[in-house]
Structures are given as structure tokens and as C-alpha cells.
Write a protein that binds this ligand. Structure first.
Ligand SMILES: NC(=O)c1ccc[n+]([C@@H]2O[C@H](COP(=O)([O-])OP(=O)(O)OC[C@H]3O[C@@H](n4cnc5c(N)ncnc54)[C@H](OP(=O)(O)O)[C@@H]3O)[C@@H](O)[C@H]2O)c1
Length: 282
């Protein structure tokens, strides 16, 4: 603790004040990967948590691993069940009487060429990755307006910044997500309301295991890139730093960052390299 504020440590260095103590933070997609990493880091900082995903048992097991939190409510929900989401938001608000920060980390990946992908897979990707976060945010905006503050964090992807093979629906959903949240930032209609868009590159999670193939079956393989990706706890610290600094956009990546800059500065190289890298997943 420094001046009553929690600080996060990375490689033994203080990286900035992060005061999440007693903040009510709703993490959607908390049962694994980045969402679970954020829940663990925020619990240590004594945040009050609401944790959501489809699987009650997975959330229960996460809750048992959280150390230090000042409250944790388990709220199972399926982002594709659009009609249930009004009730889900109402339950989330009633847990502690208000919500300070919502983190949209629920997501599903894809591993299939556009030509081999059924329309139902595109619908599933858009529903989980875009319409879920959109619907919940739309329901929360009046709440943030009433209470006079709020912060929404959208875990997008570098796939929200450029095209990449085998991920046409995933890329489309993340572009839509970034487009919606960037527009909220530009409209800026509420006081003390912040949106942080996070664009990770490869993070070491099981995202590729549950990624959808062309007929909707899970890919069920761990991508090499993901296996060697940024560790979840490192990613979580970077996300929390961006939130505490109220950053509008943060990219969390290693060499994938280069591809993004190539797309802007040297497009022919981007098309060649992205194709070569991405088609290797076939
Ligand atoms: N890992 C990466 O390299 C990477 C890179 C860029 C962006 N991202 C983004 O980061 C976010 C988190 O992914 P991750 O890497 O941490 O993968 P993950 O471990 O597979 O986490 C995905 C989370 O989403 C939840 N989820 C999936 N479908 C859902 C649904 N229909 N309703 C509610 N929750 C649902 C999962 O929980 P249940 O299955 O229990 O419902 C899980 O908690 C995603 O938005 C992903 O696109 C990841």
C-alpha cells in the first residue's frame, strides 16, 4: 500500500497506482483465461466482484481461488440468450446496489476459411463477441447516467484492427465491437464515463480449444502462437493499468504489433505475411 492505494508489481517494479479497493467490478467471461486472470488480480486488490460465464461450476471453482476480495457474486449467464440479459443486468446491479466497472471478456474464437464456414457460425460469433457486450452495455448506460459515473472495458483483439486468415467471423465481430465502443468514446454523452478498448495479440489461454470450426464444432487444438503467448497474469496487470489510467485504447502484444504497423505503412507486406502466418493453421 502506498498513500492508501494499492499498487501492482511487475517484475518487482511499481507500475502505477491502482485503486480498485471496494470497487464493484463485473467480469463477464470470468471462468477462464483473461477474465479469470483479471478476477484473481482484482480480488487481491480487494475489489467487490461479480463473475459471469455460462458454467456455474467453473465460476464456483474460480471463487474458491480468489484471495482477498471483499465480496464475490456468481452470476451465470449465456451471452447468446439475448432475452435473459435484461434480468442478468438487473441481478448484477442489485448484487451491491451499483456497478463501477464492467469488463467484457466473454468471447469465442474461430478456425475456418470463410468459404468453409456455415452462416450459423457467423451468427454465433457475432452473438457472443458483439451482441452480448452491446446488449449489456446498452442496459447499463442508464444506470451509469443515474449514478454519475461508470467504466466499460471491452476486450477486443488485434483482430479488431486488421484481417487475419481463418478468422473471418471473429475478425468481423471484433471490428464491430471496437466500432461500437469507439463511437461511445466519441459521443461522450455521460459525465465521468469511460470506455477502455483492449486489443490483445496472442495471450496464453485456451481460446483456440473452444474456437469454432466451419460447422460449429470446437477446434480443440492449442495453437502454437497462443501456447507461446503473453502469460495471463502479465496481460491482466496491463489491462488493469490501462483501466486505472482511463486509457481509451491499449494494444497488448509482442511481434503481432509489427503486422499492425505493416498494414498501415507497407500494406503489400502485411497481406503476404498475414496470409503466410494465418494459413499455417489449416
Ligand atoms: N487469448 C488470446 O490470445 C486473445 C487474443 C485477443 C483477444 N482475446 C479475447 O479475450 C477474451 C477472453 O478470451 P480468453 O483468451 O481468455 O479465452 P477463454 O479462456 O476461452 O475465455 C473465454 C471466456 O468467455 C466465456 N464465454 C464463452 N462463450 C460464452 C457465452 N456464450 N456466454 C457467456 N460467456 C461465454 C467463457 O466461459 P464459459 O465457457 O464458461 O461460458 C470464458 O470465461 C475474448 O473476448 C477473446 O476474444 C483473446
Amino acid at each position: 500500500m502506498i498513500n492508501g492505494k494499492c499498487v501492482a508489481l511487475r517484475h518487482g517494479q511499481i507500475i502505477g497506482n491502482m485503486n480498485f479497493e471496494h470497487k464493484v467490478i463485473w467480469i463477464i467471461g470470468a471462468s477462464s483465461g483473461i477474465g479469470a486472470g483479471l478476477a484473481k488480480a482484482l480480488a487481491v486488490q480487494k475489489a467487490r466482484l461479480i463473475i459471469t460465464s455460462r458454467e456455474y461450476a467453473a465460476l464456483r471453482s474460480l471463487e474458491a481461488q480468489l484471495e482477498g476480495h471483499t465480496g464475490c457474486m456468481i452470476l451465470p449467464a449465456d451471452m447468446t440468450d439475448n432475452t435473459a440479459l435484461t434480468q442478468v443486468v438487473a441481478h448484477a446491479i442489485s448484487a451491491y446496489g451499483h456497478i463501477d466497472i464492467v469488463i467484457h471478456s466473454a468471447g469465442v474464437g474461430q478456425r475456418s476459411l470463410a468459404i468453409d464456414t456455415q452462416l450459423s457460425v457467423y451468427h454465433q460469433l457475432m452473438n457472443v463477441n458483439f451482441f452480448g457486450p452491446l446488449t449489456i452495455t446498452q442496459y447499463l448506460l442508464p444506470h451509469f447516467k443515474r449514478q454519475g459515473h461508470g467504466h466499460v472495458v471491452a476486450i477486443s483483439s488485434m483482430s479488431g484492427l486488421m484481417g487475419f486468415p481463418m478468422r473471418s467471423g471473429y475478425v468481423a465481430s471484433k471490428h464491430a465491437l471496437k466500432g461500437y465502443f469507439e463511437t461511445l468514446q466519441v459521443e461522450h454523452t455521460l459525465n465521468n464515463f469511460y470506455v477502455t478498448i483492449v486489443s490483445p495479440g496472442r495471450i496464453k489461454t485456451g481460446l483456440s480449444l473452444s474456437a469454432l470450426t466451419g460447422d460449429g464444432a470446437p477446434y480443440d487444438k492449442m495453437d502454437e502462437g497462443q501456447l507461446n503467448g503473453i502469460p495471463v497474469n502479465e496481460c491482466a496487470v496491463k489491462i488493469l493499468t490501462a483501466i486505472s489510467r482511463k486509457k481509451k485504447h491499449v494494444i497488448i502484444a509482442r511481434s503481432e504489433r509489427l503486422l499492425y504497423w505493416l498494414r498501415i505503412l507497407l500494406p503489400p507486406a502485411y497481406y503476404r505475411i498475414a496470409r503466410k502466418r494465418g494459413m499455417g493453421n489449416q
